[in-house]
Design a protein around this ligand. Structure first.
Ligand code: PEP
Length: 247
């Protein structure tokens, strides 16, 4: 169906200039599969530094941005500012933003809408908690998150959705390829029923949650997994193997 595999690294609040230079060296040495799109989500203050070190073929993402262009919002960053310092993407709705900073589905939707309007591409994260999975609410939760998102997204061209079960993030407990594929597949069906067949066919859905070099290939072989959002392993040399998981 021609969905280009897309792997994002989410460095979260990690790294300093010296450490970043080391990680970038590994990425530059690669070699990275030219058929995979690669995006590095780095702390906002380092975007300009990272952009200067990385080849133009690798995208750079912020990890958050606010829903308006400017004003009295102490501590916030606008999409236009991320763009101004070299980002072309932003990660929004990460479970850490939802859980630690109390971001709601609607706030995330508003942020996504504004980032897209300002010309950034968006990795929009969704996913259920362990409690929700154990009470058989996975579909209900991800459908609700997608439904709110779809109120704010009129054109999905510049959106990638990252399905990240919260119980798998940073825990070393990866969803099995079957568990991940099952959710990706119902998300695609949801898109047919609620958005359009065309968006269902073209929207890239990444899997995120303890992806490593050891499990990436099998996950990448699933029909509806179009890439990964990678936290911990994106800070390590094995990120190169994860990028190349489709080879
Ligand atoms: C993430 O932060 O989006 C993530 C998936 O983290 P990890 O790969 O460390 O589980």
């Amino acid at each position: 169906m021609g969905r280009k595999f897309c792997v994002g690294g989410n460095w979260k609040m990690n790294g300093n200039k010296a450490e970043i230079a080391e990680i970038v060296k590994t990425l530059v040495a690669g070699p990275l599969d030219p058929n995979t799109e690669v995006v590095i989500g780095c702390p906002a203050v380092y975007i300009s530094y990272v952009r200067g070190l990385l080849p133009a073929t690798i995208g750079v993402a912020g990890q958050n941005s606010y829903k308006v262009a400017k004003g009295a919002f102490t501590g916030e960053v606008a999409p236009a500012m991320l763009k101004d310092v070299g980002a072309d993407w932003v990660i929004l709705g990460h479970s850490e933003r939802r859980q630690i900073f109390g971001e709601t589905d609607d706030l995330i939707g508003e942020k996504v809408a504004h980032a897209l309007a300002e010309g950034l591409k968006v990795i929009a994260c969704i996913g259920e908690t362990l409690q929700e999975r154990e009470s058989n609410k996975t579909e209900e939760v991800v459908f609700r998150q997608m439904s709110v998102l779809s109120k704010y997204v009129k054109d999905w061209t510049n959106v990638v959705v990252a399905y990240e079960p919260v119980w798998a993030i940073g825990t070393g407990k990866t969803a099995t390829p079957e568990q991940a594929q099952a959710v990706h597949s119902v998300l695609r069906k949801w898109l047919v029923d609620n958005v359009s067949q065309a968006v269902s066919d073209s929207l890239r859905i990444q899997y995120g949650g303890s992806v490593t070099a050891a499990n990436a290939k099998e996950l990448a072989s699933q029909a509806d997994i179009d890439g990964f959002l990678v936290g911990g392993a994106s800070l390590k040399p094995e990120f190169v193997q994860i990028v190349n998981a489709k080879q």
